[in-house]
Design a protein around this ligand. Sequence first.
Ligand code: 2RA
Length: 329
Amino acid sequence: MKVAVVGATGMVGQVMLKVLEERNLPITELIPVASERSVGNKVKFKDKEFTIVSMDDAIAVKPEIAIFSAGGNTSLEFAPKFAEVGTVVIDNSSAWRMDPTKKLVVPEINANVLTKEDKIIANPNCSTIQLVMVLHPLNIKYDIKRVIVSTYQSVTGTGKAAVDQLNSEIKGENSEKVYPYQIFKNALPHCDAFSDDDYTKEEIKLMKEPKKIMGDDTFNLTATAVRVPVQGGHSESVNIEFENEFDLDEVRQILSETPGVVLQDNVKNNEYPMPLYSEGKDEVFVGRIRRDLSQPKTLNLWIVADNLRKGAATNAVQIAEYLVGNNLV
Ligand code: 2RA
């Protein structure tokens, strides 16, 4: 099977190659695609070197699957061109996520919506993926009424330049500023651009995408997204009000039995999820599970995941694995 990785030199693209090496998609040919200035350079994959090619050359090869991490504009222009030659595109940008004709998929939740007709599939936003991995099983059991989420997002979500800004500031060096302010020793309530309603695009993604993935728009969700000087992953403080009463031990049991979720919840032993220890892992870690004492039928909890892996590359590869495993590609 020929697989194109579009945006192969970016942070997510690099993690995508690593995840593809670790897993078992039957790849016979890797087609790395990047900007014109990178064409001709080499990338290593499974101990072989592959030459970076242009978008047009990649389309001409007619890969079975193309996994995009190249931004919304590039995806809007080129994903349809791949689809026209029969390629199935799995796109990491926000371009297609809320398009009613496109599927938005977290395989553990709604891979079953995929059909042979789906030629452009949207990978959800990283902070959405880790949130719905926990919300979905609890929604099935207790019927969610309202969610309040505050995120603490890694600079890797912005990209390499943001990581470079943080590392330069730590060393006291001047650097190109990706953020409007210093990020070291700071917290910026500003992830992605502000919209007219004073919410950021990141917060709007968090408020809209979970309902589409979970197939349920009966609950309310509000979000505040914050960038923090962290590199290992995104953290989320989540308050969940249910329609029905719950039992804390049963909540822990449900989450511990949810594929892809790891319970880390023993505060007497200082056991709780942290981004430093989620980096490089594919699971979604949940802890600090406790009743909200201010109102009934309400829970507080804490979710952490590597935003470049389950939040992007691994989820996309899992979609590809589902397509192959179910003869949809
Ligand atoms: C961020 N979720 O963290 C966005 C895009 N990766 O900046």
